[in-house]
Design a protein around this ligand. Structure first.
Ligand code: ADP
Ligand code: ZN
Ligand code: MG
Length: 480
C-alpha cells in the first residue's frame, strides 16, 4: 500500500518584549540562572498576575500578518500539569477563546504554490528550563537542574491545520512563519536560543484516503535541519510499522539530532488530561475594531508583498525576489544597497553570489557582514559608471571583506585600479599582444572568430584587469 504523510505544526515563538507576560521580570537571554524571577513567575502563593499589553499587541499583529480573524473577546485558561519547570503546576494559556483564528499563509516548494491554513494563534507563558547533566533525558541524564528565568516569558503558539505532506513543505511553512514574525518585529526568532521552536505532528494514511491516521508528536524542534530529519525519520518509521501490519501508537517522541532518530517518550495526553479551566486571576481581553485597525496600520510590508514589489517594480525574477525577501535582514540589506543608487539587478547578483558565498563560508548572517550595504552599493555604482570592471569589482569586494574599511572609491584610487579607458594606452597593449600571439592571430584570420577571446584575455592580463573590456574588443577587431 502507498502512504501519504500528513503533517501539522505547533510553532512556539518567544515574543521580544523586555518584560515577562504577567510580571515585570526581565526576559533577556543568557542571564545567570534564577536571577530574573519574582514571586509571580515563581508561582508563590497569593500572588496575582497582570497582563503585559505589549504581548497582546504582538499577538494581534502576528494574527493580522497571517490572515487570521482577531477575536474581540478572548480569555486566558489554566492548563494543569505537574512538571518541575512549571512552578505553579499550571500554564496560563488560552483554550477555547484564543486571540486569533482561521488564518493562512502561502508557501512555495519546487515552484509549486500551496496554502497552509492556521487553526489558531494563542498567547501563553513559557515554562522554565531543565538542564540535564547527561546527553538526552531518555538515555543518560544522571540529574537535572531547573532555571526559572524563562518562566513567564511570553509566547505565542501558532497551530497549523494538518495541511503539509512532506518535510520540505513543513520547512517552507516554518520559514515563512519565521520571516513574517521577523518582518513584523515581534520575535527575535533565534532558533538556536530556543525562541522559535516547533512541535511536529506526523501521521500516515493510505493515498486517496481523507481520514487522518494516528499521529505521533515530536516536541521542541529548534532547527530547520532537525525539523526535516525528524519528519523524514518518522515517516519511514511509521511506514515500516504499518507495512509489518502494526499499529501506530499515539505518543510523544523525542528527536535525537545526533543520531537522527526519534525515541518514544510517553503516551500522548489529551485535552481533558489537562483539566483546562478559566483563569480567574486575569480579566478577559476585549478589543475594539479601532484597536485592531490601529495595529493593522502599524504592520510593515510583509514578505509576500515585498517579493511581488521586487518583481513588479524592479524587474527581478521570482526566484531572485524570493531569495532577497526570505528574511527581513536580507531584504533590508538589499534596500540599503539600492539607496546608494545601485542598479537592482546588479545588486541582486552581488548579494546572491559573492556576498552569499562569503557569508556561508564564514558562517555569519548578513547583518554581520564586514561589507556593509552602503559600501557594496558604492562599489556597484563604480562598475555601472565604468570606473572599474566587474573583475576589479571582485578585487575591491575581497579587499573590503578582508577588513579594509575604506570606501570603494578610495580603495580603487589607492590601488590604482581605475579602469583604463584611454584608447591610446589600450591600443599600445593591443598591438603588443597581437605581435606576441601569432598563432591566435592566424587562427582568427583563418576564420576562427573565437580565437579573439584568447587575445582579449591577454590584453586584460597585461593591463592587470584595468582595460575597459569593450574598448579592448573594439580595438582588437579593428587592428586584426
Ligand atoms: P495537541 O497536540 O496540543 O493535542 P491538536 O490536537 O489541536 O493539539 O493538534 C495539534 C497539531 O497536530 C495541529 O497542528 C494539527 O494540525 C496536528 N494534527 C492533528 N491531528 C493530526 C494527524 N492525524 N496527523 C498529523 N497532524 C495532526
Ligand atoms: Zn517575575
Ligand atoms: Mg501538540
Amino acid at each position: 500500500m502507498k502512504y501519504e504523510a500528513v503533517i501539522g505544526l505547533e510553532i512556539h515563538s518567544e515574543l521580544k518584549t523586555t518584560t515577562k507576560i504577567f510580571c515585570g521580570c526581565k526576559t533577556a537571554f543568557g542571564a545567570e540562572q534564577n536571577t530574573q524571577v519574582c514571586p509571580v513567575c515563581l508561582g508563590l502563593p497569593g500572588v496575582l498576575p497582570t497582563i503585559n499589553k505589549k504581548v497582546v499587541e504582538f499577538a494581534v499583529k502576528a494574527g493580522l500578518a497571517t490572515n487570521c480573524t482577531i477575536n474581540k473577546y478572548s480569555k486566558f485558561d489554566r492548563k494543569n500539569y505537574y512538571y518541575p519547570d512549571l512552578p505553579k503546576n499550571w500554564q496560563t494559556s488560552q483554550y477555547d477563546l484564543p486571540i486569533a483564528e482561521h488564518g493562512h499563509v502561502d508557501i512555495e516548494v519546487n515552484g509549486e504554490k500551496k496554502t497552509v491554513r492556521l487553526t489558531r494563534i494563542h498567547m501563553e507563558e513559557d515554562a522554565g528550563k531543565l538542564v540535564h547533566s547527561g546527553n538526552t533525558i531518555k538515555d543518560s541524564a544522571a540529574g537535572s537542574f531547573v532555571d526559572y528565568n524563562r518562566t513567564g516569558v511570553p509566547l505565542i503558539e501558532i497551530v497549523s491545520e494538518p495541511d503539509m505532506h512532506s518535510a520540505a513543505e513543513a520547512r517552507a511553512y516554518m520559514e515563512k512563519i519565521k520571516a513574517i514574525l521577523e518582518y513584523i518585529d515581534v520575535s527575535n526568532c533565534r532558533m538556536e536560543e530556543g525562541n522559535l521552536r516547533a512541535d511536529i505532528n506526523v501521521s500516515l494514511r493510505p493515498v486517496g484516503s481523507d481520514k487522518l491516521g494516528t499521529r505521533t508528536e515530536m516536541k521542541n524542534i529548534n532547527s530547520f535541519k532537525a525539523l526535516e530529519d525528524a519528519i523524514n525519520y518518522e515517516i519511514e518509521r511509521q511506514q515500516e510499522v504499518l507495512e509489518d501490519g502494526g499499529k501506530i501508537i499515539q505518543e510523544t517522541r523525542t528527536f535525537d539530532p545526533e543520531r537522527g532518530v526519534t525515541l518514544s517518550m510517553r503516551s500522548k495526553e489529551n485535552a481533558d488530561d489537562y483539566r483546562y479551566m478559566p483563569e480567574p486571576d486575569l480579566p478577559p481581553i476585549v478589543m475594539t475594531d479601532e484597536e485592531i485597525e490601529s495595529y493593522r496600520r502599524e504592520l510593515p510590508e510583509l514578505p509576500d508583498a515585498a517579493c511581488l514589489r521586487l518583481q513588479n517594480e524592479l524587474g527581478l525574477s521570482a526566484y531572485d525576489a524570493g531569495v532577497l525577501t526570505a528574511s527581513r535582514q536580507t531584504a533590508q540589506y538589499f534596500d540599503a544597497v539600492l539607496k546608494t543608487g545601485a542598479d537592482a539587478k546588479l545588486a541582486a547578483n552581488w548579494i546572491m553570489s559573492d556576498l552569499a558565498k562569503n557569508l556561508n563560508a564564514a558562517e555569519i548572517t548578513i547583518d554581520q557582514s564586514p561589507v556593509d550595504a552602503k559600501r557594496l552599493g558604492e562599489m556597484i555604482l563604480l562598475i555601472s559608471k565604468g570606473t572599474i570592471s566587474s573583475k576589479i569589482g571582485k578585487k575591491v569586494f575581497a579587499e573590503m571583506w578582508d577588513g579594509n574599511t575604506d570606501s570603494a572609491e578610495k580603495i580603487v584610487a589607492d590601488k590604482g585600479w581605475v579602469q583604463i579607458t584611454d584608447t591610446g594606452a589600450i591600443e599600445q597593449i593591443v598591438k603588443e599582444v597581437i605581435a606576441k600571439n601569432e598563432k591566435a592571430v592566424a587562427d582568427y584570420k583563418n576564420g576562427n572568430k573565437k580565437a579573439i577571446g584568447a587575445l582579449v584575455g591577454q590584453v586584460m592580463k597585461a593591463s592587470q584587469g584595468k582595460a575597459n573590456p569593450q574598448t579592448v574588443n573594439e580595438l582588437l577587431t579593428k587592428l586584426l
